[in-house]
Design a protein around this ligand. Structure first.
Ligand code: SF4
Length: 233
């Protein structure tokens, strides 16, 4: 989990156009580096053409990123279907870190689109908005972790996304305990829904709290075969 940050720039290519082979090498190397080192490398390599997509479940990655670069571009995808607690957390995070989060949306789609076609709904409300947010960027980061669900158990720390951008998951190797320790140690804002069993928080029509023994993301699109919204494909 967390450790001492150090710059890797002396050993990294200065050109932001990294090849797939270079990304694979970096991924193998960052597997054993603390999240601070991954974030520091991303900032050094890509800022200001680097974004952080925040879901407002907690602000662990925001905290790490702001320490590395206070003017980091933080993006929040507003679907219009967020819990009030999530929108309150957005305000809390902005205040706590002095950030002006770039809020995308919400777009106007048919009412209750999620009832008719959840895949199309996620595509319009989430994926298309992230596409727009990342238009001028070279890389982006998310707080995705392997421990969240079996379907995320092979998530890479560094990869290339379908847009051709470098995708970083600096917390990929973190356990739930790692997150709890960091939150407590750094006084990080957390969405109040987490304490009510919502261990992965999305839109209210598609999220329920999880039971003892369930994975964090078992409460997302429960009762359907859908496991991802498409943001991390
Ligand atoms: S999570 Fe549900 S409400 Fe939110 S964009 Fe996806 S289908 Fe629509």
């Amino acid at each position: 989990m967390a450790g001492t940050a150090r710059s890797l720039s002396d050993a990294q290519p200065s050109d932001a156009q990294l090849s797939d082979v270079e990304l694979e090498e970096l991924d193998g190397r960052f597997e054993h580096e603390p999240a601070e080192a991954v974030v520091a490398w991303a900032v050094e390599q890509f800022h200001p053409r680097l974004s952080l997509a925040a879901s407002m479940s907690d602000a662990v990655l925001v905290d790490l990123a702001v320490r590395a670069e206070p003017s980091i571009d933080v993006v929040f995808i507003d679907t219009g279907y967020h819990f009030p607690e999530t929108m309150q957390t957005l305000e809390t995070v902005e205040r706590h870190y002095g950030l002006n989060v770039r809020v995308m949306g919400p777009p106007s789609e048919p009412a209750e689109f999620w009832k008719k076609d959840p895949t199309a709904c996620c595509s319009a409300y989430k994926v298309a908005q992230l596409d727009a947010a990342l238009e001028s960027k070279l890389a982006w980061m998310s707080g995705l972790r392997r421990a969240e669900s079996p379907t995320r158990s092979h998530a890479r720390v560094v990869s290339r996304d379908r847009r051709g951008l470098v995708k970083l998951n600096p917390l990929a190797t973190w356990s739930d305990d790692d997150v709890a320790r960091y939150v407590a140690h750094h006084d990080v804002p957390v969405n109040p829904l987490v304490a009510k069993g919502y261990l992965s928080i999305g839109c209210w029509p598609c999220t329920r709290p999880v039971e003892e023994g369930e994975h964090a993301r078992d409460g997302r699109w429960a009762g359907s075969s859908k496991t991802e919204c498409g943001l991390h494909v």
